[in-house]
Design a protein around this ligand. Structure first.
Ligand code: MG
Length: 392
């Protein structure tokens, strides 16, 4: 049995009406209409020589056509390989560019899509759901939280929080940090949200690296968040600042969560051995695929670090894959259910329409684990979306 075909679908859905940056990345106002100018995803489809098909996704924040080009150039390394050993193929793909400065970024995101598609293919060949290859079915119900309360007007934020409660969420995440010098206003908003939802709801906060290089400011904000019983402080500073993360872990009682901006087992090995993370949040479509997720998950278990999958700004394929990860991990903490698009007016078809049957079956605090009788990821792709939004 061999891999016979690799296809790539670079997808882009431009936003009809530009939006302000919905998260607090540094230089948000300068970059917002580029980075947040549309919804993107790059989908990979692999086919075996006897016609079995696997799907994967590359995290795509910019230039889906670039990801397509990279994948096309390394496709000869995948064609003819045994689909039962995606880990062996990963090593070859990684070695191709590892010593050329491409051990992060677009290249690893490209490998991620191929790797996930190969894992899907292998599971389908064996006729087993994907989670069986990640450790098996640890649970039927997956504890979940709503993502996210975005940085909009206070009345809109509080109304969204009430909506999340009405939908049955018992935990939700707040975005902040867009204007670091106005952190007191952010802390007042957190206080207002806490009053609105009550003490029994778990609140977390995500700064999307908004405090950038200023880990002392992040510490000050963190102390204000602790006063409002915030459970975790996500990505307070740049992912390059390992020392800053260790400092925050050492100086705050609340958990420091990060990992969505990191790549491969090697980034995570450094985070764990430096004790610079309390809750780990890798994304399979960025980190290098399921080959890397399985190794990061193993390390996190050994280090007693809870695991909370990152699913933001991906298509529903990533969400479905992440559900398998969440089903299998002994140290799963909670699952990120995406309930707010970048634009309030324009829904994201890559999240809501790319699967014929939606993955999101949230009810009363939990998602249901994937069905045991569906092999692989267990999704059916809406081919029309692949065609309609493909950029080349
Ligand atoms: Mg985040």
């Amino acid at each position: 049995m061999k891999v016979a075909k690799v296809e790539v679908f670079p997808l882009y859905v431009p936003l009809e009406k530009p939006v302000d940056a919905p998260i607090s990345v540094p230089h948000a106002e300068e970059i917002q209409h580029i980075v947040f100018g549309g919804y993107r995803a790059t989908i990979v489809r692999v086919t075996s020589d006897d016609g079995v098909v696997g799907y994967g996704e590359c995290m795509t924040r910019l230039a889906p056509a670039a990801l397509k080009k990279i994948i096309e150039e390394i496709t000869p390394l995948v064609i003819g390989t045994n689909p039962l050993q995606p880990e062996a193929t990963w090593e070859v793909l990684y070695a191709t560019m590892m010593n050329r400065g491409h051990n992060r970024g677009f290249y690893i995101e490209a490998i991620s899509g191929i790797d996930i598609a190969l894992w899907d293919l292998r599971a389908k060949i064996y006729g087993q759901p994907l989670y069986m290859f990640l450790g098996g079915r640890q649970r039927d119900l997956i504890p979940s939280y709503a993502s996210s309360l975005r940085m909009r007007e206070k009345s809109v934020v509080l109304e969204t929080a009430r909506n999340f409660l009405a939908q049955g969420f018992k935990a939700m995440k707040i975005k902040l940090g867009k204007h670091p010098d106005q952190y007191m206003a952010d802390l007042r908003l957190v206080e207002d949200i806490r009053k609105e939802v009550g003490d029994d709801v778990i609140l977390t906060v995500d700064a999307n690296c908004g405090y950038h290089e200023d880990y002392k400011l992040a510490l000050r904000v963190g102390r204000g968040l602790e006063a409002n019983g915030i459970y975790w402080f996500e990505e307070p500073i740049s992912p390059d600042n390992l020392y800053g993360y260790k400092y925050l872990c050492d100086h705050l009682d609340m958990a420091i969560a990060w990992g969505e901006s990191s790549f491969t087992r090697y980034d995570f090995a450094n985070m764990f051995t430096e004790h610079a993370v309390d809750i780990v949040q890798p994304n399979p479509c960025r980190v290098g695929g399921l080959t890397e997720i399985s190794k990061i998950a193993g390390m996190s278990q050994a280090m007693h670090i809870p695991y909370a999958p990152h699913t933001g700004s991906c298509s529903a394929i990533c969400l479905a894959v992440s559900l398998h990860i969440a089903t299998a991990l002994p140290n799963l903490l909670t699952f990120e259910v995406m309930r707010s698009d970048w634009s309030k007016e324009q829904r994201n078809p890559l999240r809501h329409d790319i699967l014929l049957e939606p993955y999101d079956n949230f009810e009363n605090g939990f998602l249901r684990a994937p069905a045991p009788d569906k092999p692989g990821i267990g999704i059916d792709i809406n081919e029309e979306i692949l065609t309609r939004y493909s950029v080349c």
